[in-house]
Design a protein around this ligand. Structure first.
Ligand code: PEP
Ligand code: MN
Length: 346
């Protein structure tokens, strides 16, 4: 592995951090940074929001006692001030923060005032907008901060699929094209949201030539105060590291090279098919609602003129996208047939 960052989602107590660090040492898991969230950006108020400055004191103690490098998330200039006060070695910008250029600017300025050489890892924004992600890198570079890495943590989509945050691997490919020199670290924990899927995400990432990972690791994941379902144990992490290492050392035969290329494209297709189904499902649900409205107002289900307008609009859209018109025609008719069926069943 090129870079391994591991540690709990949140710092909960000094004992918790120490237990995890001890297990890393015992199992000879070689981490570049020990991670722990200190201020947690939670979706809903009233949930665990991190231990703040106390947790920074624990992290500093851990760093000194275990000779580790530590990293944490900063989301404001005050966080930056405190992180430097407690000798944090690297900082990361969370997905919610990357989405906000005002905050990114404020943080970049605060870091530049302290130490321009510190490593800053920028997570992708919540939604797939490549220019916003790349824009955050530009803001740091404009302030003279050049030790930057990217963290791919997936994207929150309107309707959840298999993963908590869809990996949309095409975004990784596009990011690499936009910033070929920047190291990309994959965060399988926030992508999967489920420890059973962590290995699978790591495997997919290696197909895209990614060798750097940030993995949320807890001594007792089920009891974690945040992100309990996605955290793994140090034992699990050790197996994961060994697996990636074994994969790396094997020189690829032609068959394996083919397999790797094809599985990259297949993982993109799988994500897209899943999204297609989600959208079709949403459409069917809207159809059902329309069926009920028609029933309530005694209107016939099949409305030829309306359907023709709908079809022509979509064929026009297809043309603009460069999609085959006949394909669109057949597809829309098929979808419509099943919509009418669903409405008749009401
Ligand atoms: C985290 O790393 O704990 C975190 C909050 O991540 P994200 O910003 O990716 O949601
Ligand atoms: Mn987390």
């Amino acid at each position: 592995m090129k870079t391994l960052i591991a540690g709990p989602c949140s710092a909960e107590s000094y004992e918790q951090l120490e237990t995890i660090a001890k297990q890393f040492k015992e199992k000879e898991i070689d981490i570049k940074y020990f991670r722990a969230g200190v201020w947690k950006p939670r979706t809903n108020p009233g949930t665990f929001e991190g231990m703040g400055e106390d947790a920074l004191k624990w992290l500093k103690k851990l760093k000194n006692n275990y000779n580790l490098k530590i990293c944490t998330e900063v989301a404001s200039k005050e966080h930056v001030r405190l992180a430097f006060l407690y000798d944090v070695d690297a900082l990361w910008i969370g997905a919610r923060t990357t989405s906000n250029p005002f905050l990114v600017q404020e943080i970049a300025e605060a870091i530049a005032e302290n130490n321009k050489d510190i490593t800053v890892m920028i997570k992708n924004p919540m939604h797939p907008e490549l220019s916003l992600w790349v824009g955050a890198f530009n803001r740091f570079e404009n302030m003279g901060i050049n030790n930057l890495k990217a963290i791919h943590r997936g994207f929150k989509l309107y309707n959840g699929g298999k993963y908590r945050n869809e990996p949309l691997w095409q975004q990784v490919v596009d990011f690499k094209l936009a910033r070929p020199e920047t190291e990309i670290i994959v965060d399988p924990s926030h992508i999967s949201g489920n420890r059973k899927l962590v290995k699978e995400v790591v495997q997919l990432a290696t197909n895209f030539d990614i060798q750097s990972f940030m993995v949320e690791t807890h001594n007792n994941p089920d009891s974690a105060l945040s992100d309990a379902s996605q955290q793994v144990t140090p034992t699990f992490l050790k197996e994961l590291v060994t697996h990636v290492k074994n994969k790396q050392t094997k020189k690829l035969s032609l068959d394996q090279q083919y397999e790797k290329l094809i599985s990259c494209e297949r993982s993109k297709i799988q994500t897209l098919d899943r999204l297609l189904l989600d959208i079709l499902n949403q459409r069917m649900n809207v159809s059902k609602n329309i069926g009920e409205i028609k029933k309530d107002y005694n209107v016939t289900i099949f409305q030829k003129e309306y359907f023709n307008t709908l079809l022509n609009t979509q064929k026009e859209n297809a043309k603009q996208l460069g999609l085959d018109e006949n394909f669109t025609d057949e597809l829309m008719k098929l979808i419509h047939t099943y919509s009418v069926k669903v409405q008749n069943e009401k």
